[in-house]
Design a protein around this ligand. Structure first.
Ligand code: UD1
Ligand code: CA
Length: 490
């Protein structure tokens, strides 16, 4: 689609957000995969703006650092003192003196805004050749918000802040959502005429509408289809409310594309996550960051996946994974911990109480129980016995262990890196392996066993063990005919 107008986006993000009671600037609070500011920028993204200006003030350095990460093309502009939304826009436009066309202004604290809504607002504004268009919504509770005041013909007359409103105006439930489109030349002109003659002594951006209308300029109202999109966020209670609303929106979206979410109220999926068809997400599950869940995979219950890829048909049960890759039809858990660069190939198994870090687990290989696998390469179809520890750290450096294809490592083994167990080799249970085991060999480091007869009776007399041993001994004597002689051949 061609863009007939040049567009500039201005996001207002200089406020402190006092009621958040936080050392983090309000717009940097996270909400299912993005900050509040990140959500607003994403909503404006499809406008394909030529310039994006973000007005920063409180916590300016933190906000600038965040912007450099999520929207490096955006220009931060400093508003040293928060003298009002009109003042903020004036400063923003001073930084881009050359822009023409449409300026879209968005409050930084309306994260549920949909891109479609911003686009519809801007298109309605441009189609009508309006000087200014405001997004409005009918809300059940307008407390604290600016009211849309219309004349007898239903045309916008002015926007009045609650604290400056008459009782009759206060009764209106149509509110200003804090998202606007302006013709830049007429906006600049009106901003120059703003007064601070209001309850807060600030320059209100909203006063631009009354000024333009009085000058005979066309001003318009665009109504949001769903008022939920226009909800702002002033404290942590409201933030939690927005999080639930966004959770439901995200979950509903995935269910409509063919994903089963067994308990949508306890499933929290970041907006940055991808879930493929026929995946099943069980209760108490969080999918975060760049996580991708493949077709038909099962995740949960009680599972957190961060920046983790789960292949088609794989299952991850009651586990925690960060920066991991789970191959197709691989199985993980219950109670596994996959750390960064844990890579499980197709049909690999990482079972109960197993931690894997920076390691490849080959196709069909198994680490079923109670193991630590760090800095290792495990070949296809190898079997790692219960309680095997990959001893990767010597106190100073980390070292690598290789276990070849089809190797069999017995239970309770230490593989002391750097070391290699060859393809098809065996390691005897209970060994501490510090030298390579050649392919097909058996590595064993166990001391021969010796039994010291009668030790318990001598050293632990009167204990439960001693009594049990005595009973067993007597039973043995009875069974052998009471003669006391050991049977031959034992
Ligand atoms: C504003 C609107 C109100 C609307 C509401 C919607 C004005 C005067 N009022 O009120 O009509 O219903 O939003 O949520 O605009 N900011 C700056 N610099 C400033 C002041 C504010 O950058 O000097 C930023 C804030 O960080 C925030 C946004 O502008 O992101 C809105 O400011 P806020 O103080 O929250 O305005 P409201 O009182 O909510
Ligand atoms: Ca606000």
């Amino acid at each position: 689609m061609s863009q007939p107008h040049l567009r500039t986006v201005v996001v207002l993000a200089a406020g402190e957000g006092k009621r958040m009671k936080s050392s983090l600037p309000k717009v940097l609070h996270p909400l299912l995969g993005r900050t509040l500011l990140g959500h607003v920028l994403a909503a404006a993204d499809p406008l394909a703006a030529d310039r994006t200006v973000v007005v920063v003030g409180h916590g300016a350095d933190q906000v600038r650092t965040h912007l450099a990460e999520v929207a490096p093309e955006a220009t931060p502009v400093l508003q040293e003192r928060q003298l009002g939304t009109g003042h903020a826009v004036r400063i923003a436009l001073d930084a881009v003196p050359d822009v023409t066309g449409t300026v879209v202004v968005i409050n930084g604290d309306v994260p549920l805004l949909r891109p479609e809504t911003v686009r519809a607002l801007v298109e309605a504004h441009e189609d009508a050749d309006a000087a200014a268009t405001v997004l409005a919504a009918e809300v059940p509770d307008p407390t604290g918000l600016g009211r849309i005041v219309r004349d007898a013909e239903g045309r916008l007359e002015q926007i009045v802040e609650e604290r400056d409103a008459t009782p009759a105006q206060r009764a209106l439930r149509e509110i200003n959502a804090g998202i606007y489109a302006f013709d830049v030349a007429r906006l600049r002109d009106a901003l120059g005429k703003l007064s601070t003659d209001n309850d807060q002594g600030e320059e209100y951006l909203t006063d631009v509408f009354g000024l333009l209308r009085d000058a005979g300029e066309p001003v318009a109202v665009h109504c949001a289809a769903d008022h939920v999109e226009t909800l702002g966020c002033n404290d942590r209670v409201e933030l939690a409310g927005l999080r639930q609303l966004l959770r439901d929106r995200v979950n509903e979206g995935w269910m409509r594309t063919g994903v089963s979410i067994l308990d949508p109220h306890t499933t929290w999926i970041d907006v940055t996550v991808t879930v493929e068809r026929d995946a099943v997400i069980d209760q108490n599950t969080q999918l975060q960051g760049a996580t991708v869940v493949g077709a038909g995979a099962m995740v949960g219950p009680d599972t957190t996946l961060i920046d983790t890829t789960v292949g088609a048909g794989a299952s991850v049960l009651r586990s925690h994974a960060v920066g991991a890759e789970v191959g197709p039809r691989a199985t993980v858990g219950p109670f596994a911990y996959l750390r960064p660069a844990a890579r499980l190939a197709e049909k690999a198994k990482v079972g109960t109480f197993v931690e894997v870090k920076n390691s490849q687990v080959g196709a069909g290989a198994k680490v079923p129980h109670l193991s630590y696998v760090g800095d290792a390469t495990i070949g296809a179809k190898a079997n790692i016995g219960a309680a095997t520890i990959f001893v990767n750290y010597d106190g100073v450096n980390k070292h690598h262990t290789t276990v070849g294809e089809g190797a069999f490592v017995g239970c309770d083994t230490n593989l002391i890196a750097p070391v290699e167990v060859g393809a098809g080799a065996y390691v005897a249970a209970g060994s501490a392996i510090s030298q390579d085991v050649p392919p097909g060999a058996l590595g064993v480091t166990r001391a021969p066993q010796r039994n010291i007869d009668g030790w318990v009776a001598r050293k632990r007399p009167g204990t439960v063990s001693a009594e049990a041993a005595e009973r067993a001994q007597r039973a043995g004597e009875d069974a052998s005919g009471g003669g006391g002689a050991a049977s031959e051949g034992d």
